[in-house]
Write a protein that binds this ligand. Structure first.
Ligand code: NI
Length: 261
């Protein structure tokens, strides 16, 4: 079944129909969901969702756009949430230079601190990097992120950058953007990235794929993403679903026989 590696079902966009929507995923072929925290409150809610739904696992962390809320106390809280049974990663963390705030130095500091948190609690990371390719890579190298492991969420850089992350043994989260007509560079990168490094993701409620671009996104749209990957890779849709599920289970250590990392 489809493994959704990145969704924000704690988002208020789902307040009206969260239960109904999550309850309907299995009958549409979505087998597992990783809910991703983007703030302290979102991380708390991620833990709640993971405790409520058997097929939901979670990542806790503070998104680069939200790091101004972080304090020593907040970081300690994240660390304690990392110990909850179904929390399988630290994220999403990283750098986002699209907007002028928060200041670069503040983003860098909390990115580094959360990378070190992941190392300490021995969980992989979910990296958010927008318009910050070089700084993201520099910090990851300085912190030996290849020893931590993880996924570059919503990978949107070109092939050259994909090579850097492949060398660090990272995974690549591919979502709705791959269905956009203007995603030429990303399509080239996906052709280049080996199939055993690709994860399916939506970033719900954001980044809806064609033909639903601009609407609220949900995991129900993942077949559109898998379809485009199958065309680009010249393999069947079923193979895309199966391989990406296996990849995600390997990264997040979700079954005994797949704990090969
Ligand atoms: Ni996200």
């Amino acid at each position: 079944m489809i493994f959704e590696s990145h969704a924000h079902y704690d988002d208020e966009d789902f307040d009206k129909d969260r239960e109904e929507l999550l309850g309907s995923l299995a009958e549409h072929g979505i087998g597992t969901v990783i809910n991703i925290g983007a703030s302290i409150a979102g991380s708390e809610m991620t833990v709640e969702l993971s405790e409520r739904y058997p097929f939901v696992y979670g990542a806790v962390g503070v998104h680069p756009s939200e790091v101004e809320e972080l304090t020593e106390e907040g970081l300690a809280r994240l660390q304690s949430l990392c110990g909850r049974e179904k929390i399988v990663a630290v994220g999403e963390i990283g750098l986002d230079y699209h907007y002028p705030e928060p200041a670069v130095l503040v983003q860098k500091e909390w990115f580094e601190r959360q990378l070190e948190l992941a190392r300490e609690v021995k969980l992989p990371v979910i990296i958010h990097s927008r318009e910050a390719a070089k700084d993201t890579l520099d910090i990851m190298k300085a912190h030996r992120a290849e020893e931590i492991g993880g996924v570059i969420h919503c990978f949107s850089y070109a092939k050259e950058m994909a090579k850097e992350y492949l060398d660090m043994d990272y995974y690549f989260g591919i979502g709705g953007v791959i269905t956009f007509k203007n995603a030429k560079k990303l399509k080239e990168a996906v052709q280049y990235i080996p199939m055993d490094r690709i994860l399916l993701e939506t970033d719900s409620p954001y980044l809806s794929p064609e033909p639903h671009r601009g609407e609220r996104n949900s995991s129900l749209n993942l077949p559109y993403v898998a379809e485009v990957i199958s065309e680009l890779k010249g393999i069947s849709y079923e193979e895309v679903v199966e391989i990406t599920e296996r990849n995600a289970r390997r990264l997040f250590h979700l079954t005994d026989q797949l704990q090969e990392k």
